[in-house]
Structures are given as structure tokens and as C-alpha cells.
Design a protein. Structure first.
Length: 249
């Protein structure tokens, strides 16, 4: 079960100010934080698709459809697995299950399975599923996976990086590669929170990703939400160090 791992720090705390003492070496002068779209979590679709394409091509049978021959695997399990992975990714990326709710969902699935076995209706349910078979040829797996992979690469390593947050000692800036404008915030009294409590999105699909919530200080306090940050644990440690440093004159 995944529990809420919210962490909070303030640049005015004594602990963080010890790291910026003159006797200690400083880390990198600045870091960049990228907020990714939900497409970041879609990598299992093209990974599983490529695996199914390879299995179908090398272990499937050559079937003639019209004037064309194509490879189709005799087992419908491959199509069912691909469909389940696609369905779960769509569900997880559109509906967030955080904290205790993650455990409730898992317990609910286990309880449903146990009840189906107890009332001896699992064979009927499984029989209905297996009677509606899913067959895809190697070309279908290959095309779906390739289109998804290209889109994933363009978005994650391209479009998502057009806008970013840059943290310098004493300053947080929202900037853009296209030069559409920027806005800076003084980090004095700034508060950080890490939200990494969605078991399915942050850990299973995001491989340690998470959301950052930044609360600025001053007369006009703002809440800045930075979603879907990769390796958020390492990023927030670096941010804590930089916002606690006093900029050199």
C-alpha cells in the first residue's frame, strides 16, 4: 500500500541554512524542472505492443487474408493482454487514486476475485471472456506501438520541455524556450510540498515521478502546481538546497 509521502520545507529553517554555510561546497548553480503531460505514463502501451509484435511474428502462423499473407498468433491471450494494458493505462492516467484509496482499490479487486471463486461463478465469467477472443496480426501491434512510441518521444522529450521551471540560488523562474515570457519568484520564505501518493500513476507507471506544490511568500502569496515531475525525490532535495542559498552579490 502506498501512503502519502508529502514532504515540506521552508527556506528559513535552521537545517536548510546549515547547508549554505561558507564552509561547505555547493552543488550545481541551477536546476530545471519539467512538468510533463499525462502521456508520460503511456510507455507500457508501446513496450507491450512491441513485445506482442515480436512474439506474433516469430511464433505466429502465416495466414492468407485475401491476396496478403500476415502473421497471426494462434493464442488470443496476446490480444487480451494488450487490451488490458491499454485499458488500465487509460484508466490510471485519467483518474487519480491517492493514498488510502489505492489500497482500497487493490483490496476491492482481491475481494471481487475471492467472491467470484466462492460463489463458483469465476468459470462462467472466465468462459465469457475467453469466448470473445481478440486476435491481432503482427502489423497491428507494430503500427500501434510505433505511432504511440513516436508520439511519446515527441511529447516527453520535445513539447513538454518548451516550458520549464528554473531554480537559481534565491530565485525560482518560470521560463519558455520560445521566449513567450517569464516570471520570477523570490525564494525567501518559500514552501515546497512533494505529492507522491498515487501508487498506480507515480510508482507503477511513473517510476518515482510525482507532483510539486510551491507556495510563495510575500504580500501576494501564490500556489504553484508542477505536475508529473520525473525523479521528484531527487529534484526536491536539490531545490531545497538552492532556495536556502543566499545569492552572491
Amino acid at each position: 500500500m502506498s501512503s502519502s509521502s508529502d514532504s515540506q520545507t521552508n527556506s528559513g529553517s535552521n537545517e536548510t541554512r546549515k547547508d549554505s554555510s561558507p564552509g561547505k561546497a555547493r552543488g550545481p548553480g541551477k536546476i530545471r524542472i519539467y512538468s510533463h503531460s499525462a502521456l508520460l505514463y503511456w510507455w507500457p502501451v508501446w513496450v507491450v505492443g512491441y513485445i506482442m509484435a515480436a512474439i506474433t511474428y516469430y511464433q505466429g502462423e502465416l495466414v492468407k487474408i485475401g491476396q496478403t499473407e500476415t502473421h497471426i498468433h494462434t493464442s488470443s491471450d496476446l490480444g487480451l493482454i494488450f487490451f488490458v494494458v491499454l485499458f488500465l493505462v487509460i484508466l490510471v492516467t485519467n483518474y487519480s487514486v491517492r493514498g488510502l484509496a489505492s489500497g482500497i482499490v487493490i483490496l476491492g479487486l482481491v475481494l471481487t476475485f475471492v467472491l467470484l471463486l466462492y460463489f463458483q461463478v469465476w468459470e462462467q465469467v472466465f468462459g465469457w471472456i475467453t469466448s470473445h477472443k481478440i486476435y491481432l496480426n503482427s502489423g497491428a501491434y507494430l503500427w500501434i506501438s510505433t505511432v504511440m512510441f513516436v508520439m511519446w518521444m515527441i511529447v516527453v522529450f520535445g513539447l513538454d520541455r518548451f516550458h520549464y521551471w528554473e531554480i537559481d540560488p534565491g530565485q525560482l523562474t518560470r521560463d519558455s524556450l520560445m521566449g513567450s515570457g517569464s516570471k520570477s519568484y523570490n525564494t525567501q520564505g518559500m514552501t515546497l510540498e512533494k505529492h507522491q501518493d498515487d501508487l498506480f500513476r507515480h510508482w507503477l507507471l511513473g517510476l518515482g515521478s510525482g507532483d510539486l506544490q510551491v507556495m510563495t511568500s510575500g504580500a501576494t502569496r501564490e500556489q504553484l502546481d508542477i505536475h508529473n515531475v520525473l525523479f521528484v525525490g531527487h529534484k526536491i532535495i536539490a531545490m531545497q538546497r538552492l532556495i536556502a542559498e543566499v545569492p552572491e552579490e
